[in-house]
Each structure stands twice: as C-alpha cells, then as structure tokens.
Design a protein around this ligand. Structure first.
Ligand code: SF4
Length: 686
C-alpha cells in the first residue's frame, strides 16, 4: 500500500459518518472504562514497570525460554510445531487435517466410508490466524470455517476482516447487524441486540457441538509449566478448545511468560486495558489434552525474529490489549480498515512493516506522536519512539535496502517541510523566532476562534482543526516563572468524564470475613449471585433452587452434593455432559475475593463441561477457600497438576454490538455460588 492509497483510505473513512459515530462511542467508553478499571489497582504504575521488565527479559532470552516451553509442553502431551512463516503454518494445519483422515469425523464421513476429511472447523478469535489468512487457505482446501466470537462472526458474514484487535465489529452499528442477519440468516429485520445475540448463539451452538476441529489463538504460553492461557468473555474459546476431538492452538512465538507468577501479573493488566474488566469472564489454563483429544500447538515466527533483531525489538513486548488503538486520536478517526493491516493503530503501524513488508511503512505517518499510546500501554512500550524509527527507515524490511526503495510516506511537500523544520529545530535562536512568527501569524489569520483554518492539502482540516499557537512561547513563560510561584491547576471533570473512586491498598480487607464480604460484593458486580448455607443445608438448598426454576435434570460433579437426597427429591443426576441439560453443578476449588471469581479444575464427572454447556452454572464454594486474588489461586499445586482449569468471573457476556453488554452468550447466562460456611480450608492438602 503506497502513501497515496493510504491517504485515499483515510479520506473514505473520514467521510463515513456511521464509522465516525461508532469509533467515537468505542473510544470514549474504552478510555474512560480503562481509567476506572485501573483505579481499583493502586499499584498499577509499579506493575506496569514490572510487566515491562518481564517482557524485556523474555524477548532478550526468547530462544532459551522457547526451548524450555516446548520441552514442557511436549511432556504434557501437546504436539508442538514451529512455523517460520505463514505458508509453513498453513501447511502444518492442513497436514494435521490429513493425518486425521482416518478419524471418524463428526462431519466428514464420506458415503462409501473410505476417506474422511474434516469439513467443519469452529474457530475462536485469534489475530495470529488473521495474520496468516488461515480461513482463506482452509476454505480453498474445501474446509468450512466458522468464526464463533460474535464480532468475528459478524465480520465473517460480511466478508470483511476485523477492524479492531479486541472489538472486531467496532465499525458497525446495530442496524448494520440487523440488516446483515436479515439478509444472511433469514431472520426478520431487528435492531434488538438481545435478539441478534441469541440468534447467533443458537446457530453457533450447533457449530460447537458438531465441529471436527477447534482452532484458537493463545494469550500466553507459560515456560515453566508448558501450559497455555486463553482469556475470553463469551465462552466460545472454551467450547472450541474443549468439545472438538482435535484442537489446534496458534501462537506468536513471543507470547511467552516465564511462570504462573508472571502470568498473574500480566492478567492484572491485560483485561483492564483490553475490555475494562478486572478479569475476563473466562481465564483458561490448558496443560494437556483431554482423553480422546489431540492438542496441537503451532509456534509462529513470521518475521518476529527479524523484529527482535532490529531497533523495533520493543514492539514484541506487546500483549495485544488494544488500548493504544483506543487512545490514538488517529485510529479514532480512521478505524482499523483504514490501515489495511490486520494490526492497525500505533502498534500495528510499528509491527506491520516487519511482518508484512515495506508496503506498510507509510502507516507510521498516521500518528501525531502525542504519546497517548505510550501512556495507555500496560507494558509501557515507547510507541512514539518506535514510530519515528519506522519513519526513519529502521524497520527490518527497509533497513538493509537502498534508500531509493524506502518510502517514508511523506508527500514531496511534507519532505520539504521536514527538511526546513529540522534545520530550524536544531538552531535555538531560529526555533524561538519561528514560534513568535507562528503565534503572530495565527493571530492575523483568526482573531475570534480558538482554532486556525489551514488549507486542506496540509492534511489538517479533514476532521480536525489546528489549535492556535499560544500568545507567548512556552520557554518565555517558563523563564518568567519564579521559584515557588508555580500554580498547580486541577483539571475539572466534565460530565462526560468518569468519576473515579480510588481504593487505597490499605483499604483492602484481609480477614476471612472481610474476604467473604468482598467476594460477595464483587460477584454481584459481575452479575453473579450467592446463597449462603451451612454444610448440613447445602443439598436441600440446591433442591429448593432447582424446584424454583422447574429443573429436574442436572449435570453434577461427583462428591459435591448428597446424591441420594437429590434422587429422593426426584432430581435426575448425570455425570456426563449433555447439551440438553439446563444446569451444571460443580465444586469451586477456591474463590477470588477481589474479582468474585471461582476456580474450576478438570476431574471426574467433567466439571469443566458442567460449568460451560448448561444455561446455569452452580458452584459450591467453602468460605474458608476464598483467597485474596488470582495470584494466590495460580500458586495452588492443583492448578499445575490439572489437565485444564478455568477461572470463571460471572456469567458469559458479550459487548460486540455497539458495546452494549449482553449477558449469556455461549456459556451460562447465570452463575450462582452456594457459599458453604466452613472454618477449615479444603485447600490444605493441596
Ligand atoms: S502496544 Fe501496548 S497498548 Fe498497544 S496493544 Fe500492545 S500492549 Fe496494548
């Protein structure tokens, strides 16, 4: 993509009023929500620096950590592959399909029973698969791929690519989705988001239950344990990694952390930055395949090693939270499609040339270098510095080539301006004079407004005006300030800005009772409910709960309730997953006070499926097993020992249509915790 094409795309985006409204709404809610989410983490500045150091160490010693990770993952039963580029990754995926040709696929059985190939792939959101155009390659090979994240499903139906790395359909309004579902799915036109969501839910549920292969991305690989972590809100990633007989996870090779401690640190920052939540609804840890399941892990290079050995190395610290996109005033105007890269915004403008080639160098011009992206970044990547390096031809694709083929993305006029500016900026006297002239000049042009009109060819004026220069240059005002006379101006919040309640660290309760109260409060905030009982009242309490909902068939984890009493009450108990069962009951290994979450681990009676497939999930938790936070839960030995575990934080949810929160997407729409009073922790033996 040349600079002219990029400029044309920008003009088209700016002229699209629907897009402008959608982008403004997204950015405003994400930016204010993120500030509020970090207010509950008073030590976030320290955590941010710690996270930066953790990522820096990882990228510095990437090969060593990769070796350790691969060897552990292999021991755990993952089938690990390494792909140096997109072509290799696609070939590996197709080979996995072929090598399973004799498997009795749910969908692909041929009439004569000879050769069977998988024909249905359920896929959860993964930017790495977008990066390598995996869907296109699979479809060309005759394989049907269905995106199961609501936003991804919408853009797939439209034949588009995601326009944001976290919110794929951010460029659309509810009427766009209403028309799309009417045309493609045949439902009557509606703008009711709950109807649109439940339509997608019922279609996609059939896909989960019949898919031959599940394909997912990976948020983090853990070098110490050889496990992977996937976070999601809708529950589709859990379905895709749990139900199909073959699971293929694709992961950028840099997405590693050293240990579960490092993971806890990253997870205190990622959801807050990405979706303004303290914790995503589902934080999955997968260490091994389930019985009768194959788990493959493909580690993709695709230019990452080149980036690592370039002045843009720091870009590999990225944890793909999308906060820099939301903060960027340029992204806010042109949206993701304007960049024509799967990775848009500030981080996309840095990594796209490294991953996809020199055509993407002009993207780095789409930045005012205001620093909002750096401020928003949870791992403190110096994005403005990296953007200027791309502009200066230091990305791996341009660094070693002749200057002739370098395209800085500037027009001839822009290049001339930069030359003159560079001359002036290096001479303090000339610079001071230029500021005075600029202030004088703008006063001549406009005396009544705070903004200055400038001709459209300059790039300003499409959607923004140039603020007037101050009457006196900063250096003059600074020089005039006498020591001790500096006023600190407190910014007043406008009605649009959030009121932030900052919880001090020493306000966090530490006693057991305080942890219980905090747990109940936090669970209510994420739309979960609690019933408090004594051990002797537990089974009867659950029976009353079931009767009130007219439910008489449950998927129950063994040894959680008195099954004889349940049967006497006319309740049918099953220990096997069954999509027709409306309620699943599991033990919670522990609760997390600061997020209202419960930890469920794999075991007898398929508790992971009991907490996923039914509409309602009931978790039985002892008050003595409530821990302060995720960090404490990840330190439990049972987490390392289990094939898989999930931290559940409230019912499944989505906000993929116009950022409107809808409860109950693919996972349960109701999470109810029976909190059993107990003075002795069941975690002691672990
Ligand atoms: S560069 Fe930072 S803010 Fe942007 S997506 Fe990556 S981690 Fe998030």
């Amino acid at each position: 993509m040349h600079s002219d094409q990029f400029r044309e795309r920008i003009r088209v985006s700016l002229a699209n009023k629907t897009l402008q409204i959608a982008l403004d709404a997204n950015a405003e809610r994400r930016v204010t929500g993120r500030i509020a989410a970090f207010a509950s983490l008073p030590d976030w500045p320290e955590r941010r620096q710690q996270a930066h150091a953790v990522r820096a160490d990882m990228i510095e010693h990437l090969e060593d950590y990769l070796e350790k990770f691969i060897s552990k993952a292999d021991e755990n039963g993952f089938i690990v592959h390494r792909a140096k580029d997109a072509g290799e990754a696609i070939k590996i995926v197709l080979d996995i399909m072929d090598s399973n040709a004799s498997r009795r696929w749910k969908q692909g059985e041929s009439d004569d029973g000879s050769r069977r190939t998988p024909v249905l792939v359920a896929k959860s959101k993964s930017m790495v698969t977008e990066e390598i155009y995996l869907n296109h390659a699979l479809e060309t090979a005759g394989i049907r791929v269905v995106e199961t994240d609501l936003g991804e499903y919408i853009v797939q139906l439209r034949g588009e690519r995601p326009s944001h790395i976290i919110t794929p359909a951010v460029h659309l309004r509810r009427d766009d989705v209403g028309r799309l579902f009417h045309e493609k799915l045949g439902i009557p036109y509606t703008e009711d988001i709950s109807v649109l969501t439940s339509t997608a839910r019922s279609i996609l549920r059939e896909v989960f239950l019949t898919a031959d292969v599940g394909i997912s991305g990976v948020n983090f690989g853990i070098a110490d344990t050889g496990g992977i972590c996937i976070v999601s809100n809708e529950g589709n990633a859990r379905m895709v990694t749990t139900l199909p007989p073959v699971h293929i996870a694709l992961m950028g090779m840099e997405r590693l952390v050293r240990s579960l401690d490092d993971l806890a640190l990253m997870l205190s920052l990622l959801p807050r930055s990405a979706t303004t939540q303290k914790l995503s609804v589902y934080t999955q840890l997968i260490h091994a395949p389930f019985p009768n399941q194959q788990r493959h892990l493909i580690l993709l290079d695709n230019g990452r090693m080149q980036l690592r050995n370039s002045p843009l190395k720091e870009s590999l610290y990225c944890i793909r939270c999308g906060a820099c996109l939301n903060a960027c005033p340029v992204f806010r105007e042109i949206g993701g499609h304007g960049y024509h890269s799967v990775y848009p915004g500030p981080i996309g403008s840095v990594i796209s040339p490294g991953l996809f080639g020199s055509d993407f160098v002009p993207l780095a011009q789409a930045s005012s270098l205001c620093g909002a992206c750096k401020d928003a970044c949870p791992v403190d990547i110096d994005l403005p510095k990296l953007l200027t390096r791309v502009r200066a031809g230091q990305s791996p694709v341009t660094r070693n080539r002749s200057r002739k083929i370098q395209d800085s993305g500037l027009s001839p006029l822009g290049k001339l301006f930069m030359k003159v500016y560079s001359l002036i900026a290096r001479n303090p006297r000339l610079f001071a004079l230029s500021q005075k002239l600029a202030a004088f000049g703008t006063r001549l042009i406009s005396t009544s407004s705070d903004y200055v009109w400038v001709p459209a060819f300059t790039g300003w004026g499409y959607s923004k005006d140039l603020p007037r220069f101050a009457k006196r240059p900063f250096r003059e005002r600074f020089a005039g300030l006498r020591k001790g006379q500096v006023d600190i101006q407190v910014q007043k919040y406008t009605s649009k800005q959030v009121q932030i309640e900052v919880h001090q660290r020493n306000d966090i309760p530490i006693g057991k009772n305080a942890l219980v109260s905090q747990f109940i409060e936090e669970l209510a905030k994420v739309n979960g409910d609690v019933t408090r009982v004594n051990q002797s009242e537990l089974t009867q309490g659950v029976i009353d709960f079931l009767k009130a909902r007219d439910m008489d068939h449950i998927h129950l984890e063994p040894d959680v309730l008195d099954e004889v009493a349940l049967q006497q009450a006319g309740i049918i108990v099953s220990h096997e997953p069954d999509p027709s069962i409306r309620i699943g009951i599991t033990k919670a290994i522990c609760g997390l006070a600061d997020t209202g979450s419960v930890l469920i681990v794999d075991g007898n009676g398929n508790p992971l499926q009991a907490s996923l497939l039914p509409q309602t999930h009931v978790a039985v938790l002892c008050t003595s097993d409530i821990l302060p936070s995720l960090e404490n839960a990840l330190a439990l030995p049972i987490v390392r020992r289990s094939r898989a575990a999930v931290v559940v934080t409230g019912p499944s949810r989505t906000a993929d249509i116009e950022m409107s929160l809808t409860i109950g997407m693919h996972g349960p729409g109701e999470v109810h915790v029976f909190l059993v009073h107990s003075s002795e922790s069941t975690l002691v033996d672990d």
